[in-house]
Write a protein that binds this ligand. Structure first.
Ligand code: DQA
Length: 148
């Protein structure tokens, strides 16, 4: 069974409580449960993590280099700031899908630039928490077909 990592950046632990008008009312636990279901449907195992600390996300990406066939990542605010996460992802040699719950392009200008998009096979934004499920479906396809 292929393993994929689903990584979540800062403040996503507050999902469901934080700005529900933007991010919806589902919690990160709800997201993890749905991800596990969809991953299982595609024969994928998942490691699901969230951290408010940049280095932890980097360490998980390094770990994924040894163990994983793909990464779904919502770097949250680190999307717009982190060259370090970009560098870690550049050292990961399998498909990456970037997810944003909100449509970052409809929001403040500082959210329009992503350091991560240039290394991602695809980007999903504005599909709410459903974006994670779509990302897993796409990743399963990329892994199956050996495309990056
Ligand atoms: C986010 C969008 C980011 O701009 C923001 O900093 C987040 C969440 C999203 O999922 O829509 O924390 O990545």
């Amino acid at each position: 069974m292929s393993l994929i990592y689903i990584l979540n950046g800062p403040n996503l632990n507050l999902l469901g409580k934080r700005q529900p008008e933007i991010y919806g009312s589902e919690t990160l636990e709800d997201v993890e449960r749905d991800c596990r279901r969809v991953a299982a449907e595609h024969g994928l195992d998942i490691r699901f993590h969230q951290s408010n600390r940049e280095y932890e996300i980097i360490d998980w990406i390094h770990e994924a280099r040894e163990t994983a066939s793909g990464i779904v990542i919502n770097p949250a605010a680190f999307t717009h700031t982190s060259v370090a996460i970009l560098d870690a992802l550049n050292a990961f040699d399998a498909p990456i899908i970037e997810v944003h719950i909100s449509n970052v392009h409809r929001r403040e200008a500082f959210r329009h630039h992503s350091y991560v998009s240039g290394v991602a096979s695809g980007v999903i934004a504005g599909f709410g928490t459903q974006g994670y499920q779509l990302a897993i479906q796409r990743l399963a396809h990329l892994i199956r077909t050996g495309v990056k």
